[in-house]
Write a protein of this length. Sequence first.
Length: 385
Amino acid sequence: MDYKVFTGARVFDGDRFHEDSALVIGNGRIHAITGINDVPDNAETIQLKGGVLSPGFIDAQVNGGGGRMLNDEPSPASMYMIAEGHRPYGTTSVLPTLITDVAAATTAAIEAAIEAVKANRGVAGLHLEGPHLAPARKGAHLAELMRPVEDSDVKTFIRAREAIGTLLVTMAAEQVTERQVQALAEGGVIVSIGHSDCTAEAADARFDAGARGVTHLFNAMSQMGHRAPGLVGAAIDHPTPWCGIIADGHHVEPTALRVALRAKRGEGRLFFVTDAMSLVGTDLPSFTLNGRTVYRTKGGYCSKLTLDDGTLAGSDVDMASTIRYGVNILELPLAEALRMATSYPARFLRLADRGHLAPGMRADLVHINDGIEVTETWISGQASA
């Protein structure tokens, strides 16, 4: 076996740091974390200049990047373009995300994902955010395209999951029954409740039926009141759901995020998503979403993306910036911020071969300097071009 040895940086294995250690990979997989004097003979050595070597970042909600929205052209080429647009920021696995669209777009996205996941170019699955959302919490989605889940949709999603491997679907509790959630979960589909104005009781019922997550906690959902906890309260209190959060300084005030991070109970954790749009990785001032112009306004922690009426339309943040936000603004330890971009989303998505640096896992890696800026990434041990 041809080995590569990474030295010179602290190694974060997805859970904890290893000091004075080396990472050994071979044939695109993790071989071992060893002492610096215990590496294989005649291995290729990659000397890093301080910083941290971590599992590559995993983003479960990426609408676009590199100048392309998945909705523009739901094709393998678009998925590769989006993944490559985010790779300079440390993301080695993305779920390209199709927001609410016509049925033909959903079919095309499923077919594209079936091909794209086989290419080992950073596409780990597919996220369908709609059309089964609640018009009352539409956000930047088109309400006229939203509809309830039908049993035929359940069968379509289960077949798609079997072909793709990882399929995440965001649905409003109002648009999907407990029976349908159970069928989807038993079929391996990851159900996330979002864009919903539901009660806490309705949310709890769907979590109990098998819904595994909540999409961008706090955004586009019923808020927490002291007598009506809503979806936010249910998501934080119920022990099973994992909750994606957008940490960009625009979507959620940091005090709310810090409270949620402290309060979340059970196995499910909060993890970072970018909800990024096509402008990430470009200098473009605007883009088009379902025939409407979305404008980029500079200022704050990162630029803000809005429609004409001021509605937030996704984010302009990348995953490395999100981790910096976690450390600098949310006051998270670096290890926890890294978990929220690596091992936590891997566990949520059941990506058993990534998110940790353990023997046999994929050698998807990112090196960050002391300023949490990305210097290099590797997918299956191959450095970015």
